[in-house]
Design a protein around this ligand. Structure first.
Ligand SMILES: Cc1cc2nc3c(=O)[nH]c(=O)nc-3n(C[C@H](O)[C@H](O)[C@H](O)COP(=O)(O)OP(=O)(O)OC[C@H]3O[C@@H](n4cnc5c(N)ncnc54)[C@H](O)[C@@H]3O)c2cc1C
Length: 579
């Protein structure tokens, strides 16, 4: 176990070393799944002094954890369902993440809630938001965001001129928080690795090691090299989200947790298509629709429909896209068309299967189960409460270990890049001058890396050609692409364009115009020759083409069939349960 010294890189050499370490000895704990929950478990365990490994079959955060609404929130609709405990817990987490754990990554965002009824709605919504604000106070922390305020239609129109005057009667504005969901997971994994966790992506768990009934580890396929290794651990945590039942199948038996998938899609449109200084939240028949500010874009979503098709690449159909456009256009003075849509993404909520048939009413709370000795399953919950889920899972692990394990301390562990962030932000003009970059660039980098910006700037110092933006995605510097491969665990072009950056949803070309430049930039660190560069660009191109074509199809089945037509650069088998 090493003492924490700086922030560990997640480059190719570190991945090989992590796999070798995991194969070499019995760990205290191995975590299956590198989404926000698995990453949270790895960090929680490592900071309690446990020897922990984490295995992710695809790219880190490539499941649900890069496809959310990217909000750290209590959830107004849970308030409406009178689930006060869930809302309170989530709002306390919001304050903690924003103020201590990751102030560089989690920031406040305002929402305008247009009212449509004259008499009863304002007192009803006002009372709900007053409660929402008050539940946000927690011991030792302020709420971290301004309180709600009532607005006349006139004042609301000044904040959001894009709204159609006749579509509402007045409004209430409140605040929540937002995060780059994929980036948060990678940052958490780098933090965990800095505290001694061994983490590897493209490492699929294909079976469990057993001694009688007891689970004693996992069999892993290294999808980059093809080798299989056994990882022995005193406890295994399954944190595979919508894949929970598949993993349960590998263990055998009926299982104590069942997870259903519900699909939600989002559209990304350029910021100038909707003239507003605030996010907007709209009520829909089933749930809510958000219009969320996202850099030079808006993210609009989401939907909530049952999904039983491919879990790795859920497809958005034409009907999903029309649903979102119809609902947002109901309040806009100038309607959006499909031509305004830069990007589309779909994700699957891991919902604990309950009594209700309607997915939007299934529980968002989490459960921890212990189906057989040596195995802990954690599922459900939501992004905002990952830390609480991780704590509960590691508490269950501690119970199964024959030793005293200290309590969780992740409420006091800032993520990599957090410490000193405010001071650096305050000095951004000086930093811009010394780095020879515009202050707007420095702000962009600080909001993505916090104090780890130093590492990105060091790459530029070594090779000044990295100081320029990508031709065709000029929000991002060439250095950020290299950094994704050297420090942030990206192994393929798709990892870089879809998760370390969001070029795949933030440009009308969906990343195609920068694919070759980005591939050439990461070729050195990842050891690619010209053939591999061509292969990566070709796979990425097919992926984008298949996604675009699937979005023209009316039904989920048609969209899924077309999306699956594009091959994966590293195929992941569906686990086959033992006979
Ligand atoms: C549309 C939508 C919007 C949402 N919006 C919000 C929001 O705004 N705020 C909020 O708080 N929550 C939100 N959520 C919920 C939140 O995103 C999820 O609860 C959370 O991301 C789930 O994380 P996870 O780690 O459980 O699952 P995942 O992120 O899916 O991670 C599971 C991982 O396990 C890996 N895996 C599977 N099988 C194996 C194997 N055999 N070996 C190794 N690895 C394996 C997968 O590849 C995957 O990466 C939203 C969800 C959706 C779908």
């Amino acid at each position: 176990m090493k003492a924490r010294m700086g922030t560990t890189r997640l480059g190719p050499a570190e991945r090989s070393a992590a796999l070798a370490e995991m194969a070499a000895r019995e760990l205290d704990l191995v975590v299956v799944g590198g989404g926000v929950v698995g990453a949270g478990v790895a960090l929680d365990a490592a900071t309690r002094g446990l020897d922990v490994g984490l295995l992710e079959a695809r790219d880190f955060a490539s499941g649900t954890s890069s496809r959310s609404s990217k909000l750290i929130h209590g959830g107004l609709r849970y308030l409406e369902q009178l689930n006060f405990d869930l809302v309170r817990e989530a709002l306390q987490e919001r304050a903690l993440l924003m103020q201590r754990v990751a102030p560089h990554l989690v920031r406040p965002v305002p929402f305008l809630l247009p009212l449509t009824h004259f008499a009863w709605e304002r007192p009803y919504v006002g009372a709900g938001l007053a409660l929402y604000d008050s539940l946000g106070f927690s011991f030792g922390f302020t709420r971290g965001v301004p309180g709600h305020r009532h607005l006349s239609r006139q004042r609301a129109l000044r904040l959001a001129p894009a709204l159609r005057r006749a579509a509402f009667t007045g409004a209430v504005q409140y605040w929540d928080a937002q995060v780059d969901d994929a980036r948060y997971v990678t940052t958490m994994l780098r933090t965990a690795a800095s505290y001694g966790a061994h983490v590897a992506s493209r490492a699929q768990v294909v079976g469990f090691l057993r001694e009688g009934e007891r689970v004693t580890g996992v069999r892993v396929r290294d999808l980059e090299g093809g080798a299989e290794i056994d990882v022995h651990a005193r406890q295994v945590v399954n944190a595979t989200g919508v894949w929970t039942d598949d993993i349960q199948g590998l263990v055998g038996g009926r299982g104590q947790i069942h997870v259903r998938a519900s699909k939600g899609i989002h559209l990304v449109v350029p910021r100038d298509r909707i003239h507003s200084h605030t996010g907007i939240i709209l009520r829909t028949e089933k749930s809510v629709l958000f219009v969320i500010p996202w850099g030079r874009h808006w993210i609009i979503g989401t939907t909530d429909t049952e999904w039983s098709l491919d879990k790795a690449h859920p497809a958005a159909s034409r009907s999903d896209i029309d649903y979102v456009l119809d609902h947002v256009n109901a309040v806009l003075a100038v309607p959006l068309t499909r031509d305004d849509v830069e990007g589309v993404y779909a994700g699957l909520r891991p919902l604990l299967a309950g009594e209700s048939d309607e997915t939007s009413k299934l529980s968002r709370e989490h459960v921890v189960a212990h189906p057989v000795p040596g195995l802990v399953m954690i599922a459900g919950g939501k992004y905002t409460t990952y830390r609480v889920m991780a704590r509960d899972a590691v508490d269950a692990v501690a119970h199964g270990l024959d030793q005293r394990v200290p309590p969780s301390c992740t409420d006091r562990v800032p993520l990599a890049g957090a410490e000193g962030h405010q001071a650096l932000w305050n000095s951004r003009h000086r930093l811009a001058k010394s780095a020879g970059l515009h202050v707007a660039r420095i702000e962009h980098l600080l909001q993505r890396y916090g104090t780890l910006i130093e590492e990105v700037l060091a790459l530029i110092e070594e090779d000044p050609s990295l100081a320029g933006p990508l031709a065709g995605a000029d929000d991002y510097l060439r250095a950020e692409i290299v950094y994704a491969a050297t420090h942030e665990g990206a192994r393929h072009l798709d990892d870089v364009l879809a998760r370390r950056t969001h070029i795949s949803i933030e440009t009308f070309h969906r990343g195609l115009a920068v694919a070759r430049e980005a591939a050439e930039l990461v070729a050195g660190p990842l050891g690619w020759d010209d053939d591999q560069i061509d292969r990566e660009v070709s796979y990425y191109t097919k992926r984008v083409e298949a996604e675009r074509a699937s979005q023209e199809e009316d039904t989920d089945h048609e969209a899924d069939a077309i999306r699956l037509g594009a091959p994966e650069i590293v195929p992941v088998d569906t686990p086959v349960p033992p006979p």
